[in-house]
Design a protein around this ligand. Structure first.
Ligand code: NAD
Ligand code: ZN
Length: 237
C-alpha cells in the first residue's frame, strides 16, 4: 500500500503515557468531577468560576508534561510525507499541545486548545498561557468576566469540520490512535473515510467501539505501536 494522503485521528490514549489521564481512567481527573458540571455549556453558565478552576488545574498539569514516542513518530511522519509530496493530516480530540511539541507542523484541534481563551461574548480567540479568572477582560470587546477556555464542550459544535470532512474524503488511509470511539462526530470519521474508499486502521490498547469498521488493527501502547507502524511505513514506501 502506498497511501499518499493519510488522515490520523487521535484521542486521549495518545497522551496517556505522557501522564495525562484519559476520560475513563480510574482515579483520573474526570473521576473527581462531573462532566456535566465542567464540560458542558450549561455547567459553565451555572457556575463559570468552577469551570475556570477545573481548566486552570488542567493547565497546571499540562505545564509539566512532555510528548511521548507516539507524538514524536507522528510528527516525523507528517514532515517526511510532506517532503515526499504526500500529506498527513493530524486531527486530535485532545486539547493538549503534545503533537506540536512532538514535531507536528500542523494539527487540527477539533475540540479546541487548552492554551487559548475565547470570549464568550464576541468569540475572539487569544493565546492564554496563564490562568483564567472572572476578573479578566476581553482585549477585543472589553467585556470583563467572559473569557473562557477555547475548548469544545458537550452541547457545542466541534471546530474545523468542513476541512476535516474534505481531508477524510481525500484520504487513502485513515488511522485512529488512542480513542474509544464514543464521542461523535469524531467517532463517525472512520465510517466517513471508509465510504470514500480509504483503508482504515486502529491503534489502541483494546478494540474500540468501532473495531468492526477497521480493516487493520494494532493493539498495544500508543508509544510502542505508533512508532513501529511509522517506521514500517517509512521503510516500505
Ligand atoms: P477516551 O478516554 O474515551 O478513550 C481513550 C482510549 O485510549 C481508550 O479506548 C483506551 O483504551 C485507549 N488508551 C488508553 N491508554 C492508551 C495507550 N497508552 N495507548 C493506546 N491507547 C490507549 O478518550 P477519547 O476517545 O479521546 O474521548 C473522546 C472525546 O470525548 C474527548 O476528546 C473529549 O472531548 C470528550 N470527553 C469525553 C468524556 C467521556 O467521559 N467520554 C468526558 C469528557 C470529554
Ligand atoms: Zn470579547
Amino acid at each position: 500500500m502506498n497511501p499518499d494522503r493519510i488522515f490520523i485521528l487521535t484521542g486521549a490514549g495518545v497522551s496517556a503515557e505522557s501522564g495525562l489521564s484519559t476520560f475513563r481512567d480510574k482515579g483520573g481527573l474526570w473521576s473527581q468531577y462531573r462532566i456535566e458540571d465542567v464540560a458542558s455549556i450549561e455547567g459553565y453558565e451555572r457556575n463559570p468560576a468552577k469551570v475556570l478552576e477545573f481548566y486552570n488545574l488542567r493547565r497546571r498539569i499540562h505545564r509539566d508534561v512532555q510528548p511521548n514516542a507516539a507524538h514524536v513518530a507522528l510528527g516525523r511522519l507528517q514532515r517526511e510525507w510532506g517532503a515526499r509530496g504526500g500529506e498527513v493530516t493530524i486531527c486530535t480530540q485532545n486539547i493538549d499541545s503534545l503533537h506540536e511539541l512532538g514535531g507536528a507542523q500542523r494539527v487540527i484541534h477539533m475540540h479546541g486548545e487548552l492554551g487559548k481563551a475565547r470570549c464568550h461574548d464576541c468569540g475572539d480567540v487569544t493565546p492564554a498561557d496563564g490562568e483564567l479568572s472572572l476578573s479578566l477582560g476581553c482585549a477585543a470587546c472589553g467585556r470583563v468576566g467572559g473569557l473562557r477556555p477555547h475548548v469544545v464542550w458537550f452541547g457545542e459544535t466541534p471546530l474545523e469540520l468542513d476541512e476535516i470532512y474534505d481531508k477524510l474524503a481525500a484520504a487513502d488511509l485513515f488511522v485512529s490512535i488512542g480513542t474509544s470511539g464514543n464521542v461523535y462526530p469524531a467517532a463517525g470519521f472512520v465510517a466517513a473515510a471508509r465510504r470514500e474508499g480509504a483503508v482504515t486502521m486502529e491503534i489502541n490498547l483494546e478494540p474500540s467501539e468501532n473495531a468492526h469498521l477497521f480493516d487493520l488493527a494494532r493493539y498495544g501502547k500508543a508509544s510502542e505501536a505508533a512508532p513501529a507502524w511509522v517506521s514500517e511505513l517509512i521503510a516500505t514506501v
